[in-house]
Design a protein around this ligand. Sequence first.
Ligand SMILES: *[C@@H]1O[C@H](CO)[C@@H](O)[C@H](O)[C@H]1NC(C)=O
Ligand SMILES: *[C@@H]1O[C@H](CO)[C@@H](O)[C@H](O)[C@H]1NC(C)=O
Ligand SMILES: *[C@@H]1O[C@H](CO)[C@@H](O)[C@H](O)[C@H]1NC(C)=O
Ligand SMILES: *[C@@H]1O[C@H](CO)[C@@H](O)[C@H](O)[C@H]1NC(C)=O
Ligand SMILES: *[C@@H]1O[C@H](CO)[C@@H](O)[C@H](O)[C@H]1NC(C)=O
Ligand SMILES: *[C@@H]1O[C@H](CO)[C@@H](O)[C@H](O)[C@H]1NC(C)=O
Ligand SMILES: *[C@@H]1O[C@H](CO)[C@@H](O)[C@H](O)[C@H]1NC(C)=O
Length: 478
Amino acid sequence: MSKRSILFSLLFSLSLSVAARQDEFTYIGFSGGANGDGSNISLNEVAEVDDSGILRLTNKTSRLIGHAFYPVALRFRNATSSAAFSFSTVFAFAIAPEYPKLGGHGLAFTIAPTKELPGALPSQYLGLVNASDVGNATNHVFAVEFDTVQDFEFGDINDNQVGVDIYGLVSNSNASAAYYGGDGAKKDLNLKDRFTIQAWIDYDGGEKVPNVTISPFSSKPSTPRLSFRVDLFPVLLDDMFVGFSASNGLLASSHNLLGWSFKMKCVSRFLDLSSLPSLPLPKKKNITLVIAASITAFVLLITAISAAAFIFKASTSSDVFAFGALVLEVVCGRRPIEPKASSEELVLLDRVRERWRAGRWADVVDPRLDGEYEREEAAVAIKLGLWCSHPSAAARPGMREVVRYLDGGDVAELPPFPRPPESNGGLDGFAPSYPSSAEVSTGSTYLGEEAVGSAHSSLSLQSHDPMPKQGLDLCGPP
Ligand SMILES: *[C@@H]1O[C@H](CO)[C@@H](O)[C@H](O)[C@H]1NC(C)=O
Ligand SMILES: *[C@@H]1O[C@H](CO)[C@@H](O)[C@H](O)[C@H]1NC(C)=O
Ligand SMILES: *[C@@H]1O[C@H](CO)[C@@H](O)[C@H](O)[C@H]1NC(C)=O
Ligand SMILES: *[C@@H]1O[C@H](CO)[C@@H](O)[C@H](O)[C@H]1NC(C)=O
Ligand SMILES: *[C@@H]1O[C@H](CO)[C@@H](O)[C@H](O)[C@H]1NC(C)=O
Ligand SMILES: *[C@@H]1O[C@H](CO)[C@@H](O)[C@H](O)[C@H]1NC(C)=O
Ligand SMILES: *[C@@H]1O[C@H](CO)[C@@H](O)[C@H](O)[C@H]1NC(C)=O
């Protein structure tokens, strides 16, 4: 070969690899970069790649966000042709929840104008958008969510669903997580049981139909789980970043990606699950605590409690606080802070305390239960939730005590609650004892008038006010 043709073939292969970079890539684990060009994945917020090549978008800590994007923007459409290009992607993920059946919030395959998604929120927003731009077409966010918490605000059908989300979190198309076996039978899949799940997303730019398919196996089921018509041309910009976002709320999971392949304009490479890293097997937990529960919400609550009882072995007062908030969240069917609730309902804890003091705790029980619940159980749960989220860390019970009360299940057996500490340090004395500062402080920033109210009620806890209604009287409804 002449010098010239060597140079030419070098240039040619260089330009090929540049072209390839724009069009397709495959990660088999994430430590070695993408096949072909070695581009590392771009990580943002808490995302990291561990020694075994697993890309951990979040660990099991509350209220985290993780982002991982292919480092360069890809051309998704040709502005003059008015059509978004076809694309095809396949990836393998595994979600390990904090408690056996409770984790959150989920992960999403994402096509977005930036790799950082600045200003995005955790919890129900999945690290994709925030309360002010959710649903606004100017954000140009396209996502396929694997959602493990049922958010009523966004009309989620359950806590184990797949959805196509355009501009926000109200799915344009959704379905419970499942796949169709070779015999055509639908088989349910649990998104958060630590096992590897493979997902395929295929968009046909001509038909304008994105398909979403999932399976626990390497081979792709022939019937997609979601398939619906939507033109992505107006949704996307010409150049977009492609990757993943995940977030935790009060409920947390580690959200992991094990491999990923993407190809513009044709079918993505096959991913062989056996060639990918996988999550280590969990240590077996012995969950023996069984308490009779009469309704679904309380089954969930009891599950959470029994799980927590074993996990919180070396519990700190902040774990107990978060647990108390979780209990109240379940009983009341709400999140601790709801940006869209009316202002007097903004802070769940404050509201529950106030209702409890007024002897009207039944007001806060999840209205969707239609009064169909055991009053005693609900009262125990609310009382426990309030006790665990006591402003003073020292006054919170240990997890062992929690289990004991639940086992008895009788309100009358609960010992009197300790009074808040008689502090001379004012608010400073216990304000830092709120571990979930994110919850508490976010609450106050939203609050305006309500913040004044809750600061007032906190202050009154500190005072020596003899009027019982002013103190944190947790001793039970009159
Ligand atoms: C990818 O990351 C590895 C490890 O941090 C580094 O050695 C390598 O140079 C990076 N490659 C590129 C193309 O940035
Ligand atoms: C989880 O990630 C957060 C943020 O990176 C970190 O502060 C925390 O220590 C991690 N927790 C564990 C258990 O690794
Ligand atoms: C964009 O579409 C126009 C019209 O179909 C075509 O002429 C042009 O070559 C396309 N450009 C690219 C970069 O594909
Ligand atoms: C919400 O997100 C947008 C980006 O989509 C950002 O410009 C805006 O500042 C964010 N708002 C808040 C309150 O963080
Ligand atoms: C959508 O976002 C744009 C740009 O941030 C803003 O001008 C517009 O008011 C927003 N629309 C709504 C309905 O919030
Ligand atoms: C979910 O899908 C069902 C059935 O297709 C549909 O009726 C419902 O409106 C969808 N809900 C959301 C929030 O996407
Ligand atoms: C999407 O699914 C439908 C129904 O199975 C199928 O006809 C179509 O070819 C699929 N499209 C892509 C791009 O895979």
